[in-house]
Write a protein that binds this ligand. Structure first.
Ligand code: FAD
Length: 494
C-alpha cells in the first residue's frame, strides 16, 4: 500500500512554476485555455505564461501530469489527492477549497502572511504604512542590518536616489540586458497563439516579438545575475528617471519571473545585499532595490488579502467614470501627441512592459487626470503587462495610482503636471506641447490636465491636509475657468 504522502499530487499554478514550489513529489500542471479567453490580453503576456507553463512541464518530465484543456475542472473534478500551495488570487483560493484540496501556506514572498498579520495586529488601529512594514521586515529578516540598526545608519537613501537622467544623454550607456533565447517551445506557443487568434478564440493585443522575459528558473537566474553585474550599481540613482532611447534604464526586469514563481524574492534581495557587503554595489542602490521587493512587493501582496476581495470594485472616491479610450484598449499610440504618453503606450504595445515611472507618473497620471474608471484601468493593467496579476494591481492602481480608495493606501493622489515629467525625463524636449504652459494650443495636457483634475476633485479632497497647498494654488489661478474649459474641449489625445 502506498503512504498517504506518496498519494498526494501537488497542483501548481502559473505563479508557482519554480523550484520554490517543488518539494519533490508528483505534480499536476494544467494549461487551461479559458483563462486566456476572459478578456483581451497582451500577446507578449499570453506568450510568456504559456511558454513558462510548457517549459516547466518539460523540466518536470514524468514527475508531472500535464494537461492542456479548456477548463481546470475537466482535470480536477472528483479528485481527492490534490494538495496546493495557497494560490495567489481570491478566485483560485475559492476553487481549491471547493475541491477540498489540502492547502499549504503561500510561498513566493519575503515575508509570510503570518508575519504580516502579526505586524498589522501590532499597529492596533494605526495606519499600515509601507515604511513601517519595510523596517519591520528588515529587522525580522536581518537584511542590510547590523544588529537592530540599518547598515550605514539610515533606513532610506531616497535623497541619493531618484536623480533626473544625466543631461544630454541618450541612454545610461549600460550593457544591453542579456535576453533569453527562444526555443521550440516558444515556436509552438507562437503557432498556437496565431491559430487561436485567427479562429477568434482569444483576443490578443500588442505586438508579437521576441520573448524578453525569463520563462524558466535557469533563465530567471541568468537575468538576476545579469542585473546584479551590470545594472544594480545604477539602480538607485536612476530609479525614477526616464530616457526615450533607453527603455530598460537600470531596472531589473525581474517582476515577471518573480510573479511566475521562477525566482525566490528572498534570494533576489539577499543577492543584492551581498553585492553591497562585498563592496560591489553602493548601499543606496542595494537598499533602494531591497526596498522595492522586501518593502513594496510584499506590502502590496499582503494588502491584497488585508483589504479584502471587495476592495477592487468597492471604491470610487473621485467619482471617475470615463470608459478607457480606444488608444488604451488597443494600445494604439499612433495618434497620441504627448510624447511621454505616446512613448509609454507605444513601448507597452511593443513589449508588454513599462517601468515604474511610466506606469505611475505617465499612464496612471493621465488616467487619473481624465477620470478613467478605476476598475477598468485595474483590469487593463492586469491584462496588458507581462507581470500583471490580480494581487499586484489593486493596491497599485485602485490605491496608489488612482486614489479611488480615498486614501487607504496613499495619503494623496499621484497627480502631477508636466514639470515633473520634464525634470525626470527627456520626453518634453521632443514634444509639441510645452510643460510650462497650461493655456493655448501648445499647453501641456499634463500641466493643464493637473489643474482641471484639481478643479474636478476639489470637493472630494478638501479635507485632505496634504492637498491643501495644491488646492490653494488652484484657487489663486487667475485663468482657472479657461484652463478647465480648454481641457473639457480638448479632443482626447490631441
Ligand atoms: P524594478 O524597478 O527593477 O524593481 C524591482 C522589483 O520591485 C520589481 O521587479 C517588483 O517586483 C518590485 N516592485 C517595485 N515596486 C512595486 C510595487 N509598487 N508593487 C509591486 N512590486 C513592486 N508590478 C508588478 O509586479 N506587476 C504589475 O502588474 C505592476 N503594475 C503596476 C501598475 C502601476 C500603476 C504601478 C504604479 C506599479 C505597478 N507595478 C507592478 C510595480 C512596478 O512598477 C513594477 O514591479 C516594475 O516596474 C517592474 O519592473 P522591474 O522588474 O524592472 O522593476
Amino acid at each position: 500500500m502506498t503512504s498517504a504522502r506518496a498519494a498526494t499530487t501537488r497542483w501548481i499554478f502559473a505563479g508557482q512554476l519554480g523550484d520554490l514550489f517543488d518539494d519533490g513529489g508528483p505534480m499536476l500542471l494544467i494549461e487551461a485555455r479559458s483563462v486566456l479567453r476572459r478578456r483581451p490580453i497582451h500577446r507578449a503576456k499570453a506568450h510568456l505564461i504559456l511558454s513558462a507553463i510548457r517549459h516547466r512541464a518539460a523540466e518536470l518530465g514524468d514527475r508531472v501530469e500535464f494537461h492542456q484543456v479548456e477548463n481546470y475542472s475537466e482535470v480536477t473534478r472528483g479528485r481527492d489527492d490534490l494538495e496546493v500551495i495557497d494560490p495567489t488570487s481570491y478566485a483560485a483560493r475559492r476553487t481549491v477549497r471547493r475541491l477540498g484540496a489540502r492547502v499549504l501556506p503561500s510561498r513566493g514572498f519575503v515575508t509570510s502572511e503570518e508575519d504580516f498579520a502579526a505586524w498589522a495586529a501590532s499597529r492596533g488601529n494605526g495606519r499600515l504604512l509601507l515604511e513601517d512594514f519595510y523596517r519591520d521586515t528588515r529587522t525580522r529578516t536581518g537584511l542590510l542590518m547590523e544588529g537592530q540598526s540599518p547598515v550605514g545608519g539610515q533606513w532610506n537613501y531616497d535623497h541619493d536616489n531618484r536623480q533626473p537622467p544625466p543631461k544630454n544623454a541618450v541612454s545610461l550607456g549600460l550593457p544591453d540586458p542579456r535576453w533569453p533565447v527562444e526555443d521550440d517551445i516558444d515556436a509552438g506557443v507562437r503557432a498556437d497563439l496565431d491559430r487561436w487568434q485567427a479562429a477568434g478564440d482569444i483576443r490578443l493585443v500588442g505586438d508579437d516579438g521576441p520573448r524578453r522575459f525569463a520563462a524558466t528558473g535557469e533563465e530567471a537566474h541568468a537575468a538576476l545575475a545579469d542585473f546584479i553585474e551590470t545594472r544594480l550599481g545604477d539602480f538607485g540613482t536612476f530609479e525614477d528617471a526616464t530616457l526615450t532611447g533607453d527603455w530598460t534604464m537600470a531596472h531589473s526586469l525581474l517582476s515577471a519571473p518573480m510573479n511566475l514563481g521562477l525566482l525566490d524574492p528572498r534570494h533576489v534581495v539577499e543577492t543584492a545585499a551581498a553585492e553591497y557587503a562585498n563592496g560591489n554595489a553602493p548601499l543606496a542602490s542595494a537598499e533602494g532595490f531591497v526596498r522595492q521587493i522586501a518593502g513594496w512587493r510584499d506590502y502590496v501582496w499582503h494588502l491584497y488579502w488585508h483589504l479584502g476581495e471587495g476592495y477592487r470594485t468597492g471604491h470610487n472616491a473621485l467619482r471617475a467614470t470615463v470608459d478607457l479610450p480606444r488608444e488604451f484598449v488597443e494600445l494604439d499610440a499612433a495618434t497620441i501627441e504627448a510624447n511621454c504618453l505616446k512613448h509609454s503606450i507605444g513601448g507597452l504595445r511593443e513589449r508588454g512592459w513599462a517601468h515604474h515611472i511610466q506606469r505611475l507618473m505617465v499612464i496612471g497620471n493621465w488616467a487619473l487626470q481624465r477620470g478613467y474608471d478605476p476598475v477598468q484601468l485595474n483590469d487593463w493593467f492586469t491584462d496588458m503587462f507581462v507581470d500583471g496579476t490580480p494581487w499586484v494591481m489593486p493596491a497599485n492602481v485602485i490605491g496608489m495610482s488612482q486614489h479611488a480608495d480615498g486614501g487607504i493606501v496613499a495619503t494623496k493622489p499621484y497627480a502631477s503636471g508636466g514639470a515633473y515629467i520634464d525634470r525626470m525625463t527627456d520626453y518634453c524636449g521632443g514634444c509639441r506641447f510645452n510643460p510650462k504652459k497650461r493655456l493655448g494650443p501648445d499647453a501641456c495636457p499634463y500641466t493643464a490636465g493637473y489643474w482641471a483634475f484639481l478643479d474636478r476633485v476639489e470637493p472630494a479632497l478638501r479635507g485632505n491636509h496634504r492637498m491643501s497647498q495644491p488646492l490653494a494654488g488652484l484657487r489663486r489661478l487667475a485663468d482657472r475657468e479657461d484652463v478647465v474649459q480648454q481641457e473639457r474641449e480638448r479632443d482626447g489625445f490631441h
